[in-house]
Design a binder for this molecule. Structure first.
Ligand code: HEC
Ligand code: HEC
Length: 244
């Protein structure tokens, strides 16, 4: 220990000064490159940005801690999302709206049904049971139809009744699409992909149809910087799970 101390003391002052200068210059150049990457990330055209591996890598590094602080409590750190809480996975290939960068940025900024005037808010899942549009027997038929079209076990006779209600009294096709694959303008989920926000089992489906759903993703327009917004959008677009 004392030998080390005396070695330090014996080091000429000019060597220490040089060491300090080199460290300072290195830190300064790291800071400069961070600044220029940050500026380039914000300025770049989305399609050009995604073709630039250095920028994408930079974005992913920026996004990880922001996701941890602002998104993980709802969307989870695991790829599955949290179906019990009605929060979709952000790393599957199924998107309510679209996974192009601009659309993702809009959600990160303004949210979904958040109350922000620019958030997505075109359609809600109506409480068709509670509103008395269809009764429990009819809901059961429709549930069997949805089980059937999503590739799950279903009662064939009831599913056929359900199909007629889907395109008739239930008006489901109007929002979920004639092919039931969801409509991205309205943010309606696909009912055939067997990927669910609220669960695709019998009881979850029954509850979605009887009681309605109103998923809310909050607006971050006040809390995130433009760099953070863009970095998050890039990481979602790249399908990064943040599960490390
Ligand atoms: C309070 C909980 C909550 C927080 C915090 C939250 N979200 Fe969400 N998010 C939701 C819910 C609920 C939905 C589903 C909305 C719906 O049903 O339409 C959603 C939907 C989304 C979607 C659309 C997913 C799809 O499948 O198309 C994206 C993208 C998204 N959130 C990104 C984020 C990001 C990025 C953050 C962090 C900045 C974040 N969310 C923070 C609850 C949250
Ligand atoms: C006015 C438009 C509208 C109509 C009509 C409508 N839906 Fe929906 N539905 C939505 C929206 C929007 C959502 C997403 C709600 C959310 O994200 O919170 C949804 C969600 C759902 C869900 C939950 C899916 C999941 O991933 O968990 C199911 C199941 C569903 N609808 C089935 C139906 C059926 C069956 C009908 C007809 C009986 C129907 N919907 C009629 C708009 C509609």
């Amino acid at each position: 220990m004392s030998a080390l101390m005396s070695r330090w003391k014996s080091l000429p002052l000019k060597w220490l000064a040089l060491l300090g200068a080199v460290t300072g210059a290195a830190l300064f150049s790291v800071w400069l490159s961070h600044r220029s990457l940050a500026a380039e990330l914000i300025r770049s055209e989305p399609s050009a940005l995604l073709k630039n591996p250095a920028l994408v890598a930079f974005a992913l590094r920026q996004a990880a801690p922001v996701y941890g602080e602002h998104c993980a409590n709802c969307h989870g750190v695991m790829p599955e999302g949290k179906p019990k809480a009605g929060v979709p996975s952000l790393v599957d290939s199924s998107w309510l709206y679209s996974n192009d960068l601009v659309s993702l940025e809009q959600i990160v900024l303004y949210g979904i049904r958040s109350g922000h005037p620019r958030s997505h808010n075109l359609a809600d899942m109506p409480a068709l049971g509670r509103l008395g549009v269809i009764n429990d027997e009819q809901i059961e038929d429709i549930v069997q139809y949805v089980l059937n079209i999503s590739g799950q076990r279903a009662d064939a006779a009831r599913a056929e009744q359900g199909r007629q209600l889907f395109y008739g009294k239930g008006n489901c096709y109007d929002c979920h699409g004639g092919d039931a694959r969801g409509v991205s303008e309205y943010g309606t989920p696909s009912l055939v992909a067997n990927v669910w926000i609220y669960g695709g089992d019998h009881d979850s489906l029954f509850s979605s149809i009887a009681n309605g759903r109103h998923g809310l993703c909050p607006s971050r327009a006040q809390t995130l910087t433009p760099l953070q917004v863009r970095a998050l959008a890039v990481s979602l677009h790249q399908g990064v799970s943040h599960s490390e």
